[in-house]
Design a protein around this ligand. Structure first.
Ligand SMILES: [Zn+2]
Length: 85
Protein backbone atom coordinates (compact mmCIF):
# COMPACT_ATOMS: atom_id res chain seq x y z
CA UNK A 1 0.00 0.00 0.00
CA UNK A 2 1.51 3.33 -0.96
CA UNK A 3 2.35 5.55 1.97
CA UNK A 4 1.23 9.07 1.20
CA UNK A 5 3.48 10.59 3.87
CA UNK A 6 6.62 8.89 2.59
CA UNK A 7 5.74 9.82 -0.97
CA UNK A 8 5.50 13.46 0.03
CA UNK A 9 8.79 13.36 1.90
CA UNK A 10 10.52 11.61 -0.99
CA UNK A 11 9.26 14.13 -3.49
CA UNK A 12 10.12 17.10 -1.30
CA UNK A 13 6.59 18.45 -1.51
CA UNK A 14 4.97 20.36 1.30
CA UNK A 15 3.01 17.95 3.44
CA UNK A 16 -0.78 18.24 3.38
CA UNK A 17 -2.40 20.13 6.25
CA UNK A 18 -5.74 18.40 5.80
CA UNK A 19 -6.75 14.84 4.99
CA UNK A 20 -8.03 13.81 1.62
CA UNK A 21 -10.77 12.78 1.49
CA UNK A 22 -12.46 14.39 4.48
CA UNK A 23 -10.50 17.64 4.80
CA UNK A 24 -9.79 17.02 8.48
CA UNK A 25 -6.84 18.89 9.98
CA UNK A 26 -3.65 16.83 10.21
CA UNK A 27 -1.15 17.10 13.04
CA UNK A 28 2.40 15.80 12.80
CA UNK A 29 4.00 14.34 15.92
CA UNK A 30 7.77 14.22 16.29
CA UNK A 31 10.15 11.93 18.16
CA UNK A 32 10.19 14.44 21.02
CA UNK A 33 6.41 14.57 21.23
CA UNK A 34 6.14 17.99 19.64
CA UNK A 35 3.12 18.68 17.50
CA UNK A 36 3.82 20.35 14.18
CA UNK A 37 1.73 21.91 11.47
CA UNK A 38 2.19 20.70 7.91
CA UNK A 39 4.60 23.50 7.04
CA UNK A 40 6.94 22.79 9.95
CA UNK A 41 6.69 19.04 9.45
CA UNK A 42 7.69 19.57 5.84
CA UNK A 43 10.90 21.23 7.01
CA UNK A 44 11.84 18.38 9.34
CA UNK A 45 10.13 15.31 7.87
CA UNK A 46 12.67 12.94 9.40
CA UNK A 47 11.62 14.06 12.90
CA UNK A 48 8.02 13.07 12.29
CA UNK A 49 7.12 9.68 13.68
CA UNK A 50 3.37 9.89 13.40
CA UNK A 51 0.69 11.90 11.69
CA UNK A 52 -2.97 11.86 12.40
CA UNK A 53 -6.21 13.57 11.58
CA UNK A 54 -7.05 15.87 14.48
CA UNK A 55 -10.74 15.22 15.09
CA UNK A 56 -11.42 16.74 18.49
CA UNK A 57 -9.61 18.59 21.25
CA UNK A 58 -8.46 22.08 22.07
CA UNK A 59 -6.93 24.33 19.47
CA UNK A 60 -3.20 23.74 19.76
CA UNK A 61 -0.27 25.88 18.79
CA UNK A 62 2.30 24.37 16.47
CA UNK A 63 5.49 23.54 18.38
CA UNK A 64 7.61 24.41 15.37
CA UNK A 65 7.72 28.06 16.36
CA UNK A 66 5.66 29.37 13.46
CA UNK A 67 2.80 30.39 15.77
CA UNK A 68 0.17 28.61 13.71
CA UNK A 69 -2.90 27.47 15.63
CA UNK A 70 -4.27 24.06 14.68
CA UNK A 71 -7.99 23.65 15.23
CA UNK A 72 -9.56 20.24 15.61
CA UNK A 73 -12.27 19.20 13.20
CA UNK A 74 -15.03 19.09 15.81
CA UNK A 75 -13.73 21.43 18.50
CA UNK A 76 -12.98 20.76 22.16
CA UNK A 77 -15.77 18.39 23.16
CA UNK A 78 -14.21 17.56 26.54
CA UNK A 79 -14.44 21.16 27.68
CA UNK A 80 -18.20 21.08 27.31
CA UNK A 81 -18.47 17.97 29.52
CA UNK A 82 -16.31 19.51 32.28
CA UNK A 83 -18.74 22.41 32.63
CA UNK A 84 -21.32 20.10 34.21
CA UNK A 85 -19.67 20.31 37.65
ZN1 LIG B 1 4.29 25.21 12.30
Amino acid sequence: MPNQFENHVASGETLPCVTFPGAYPIIYITLNGAILCADCASKEPKEVVKHDAYFEGPTIECDGGCGKMIESAYGNLEEVVKDED
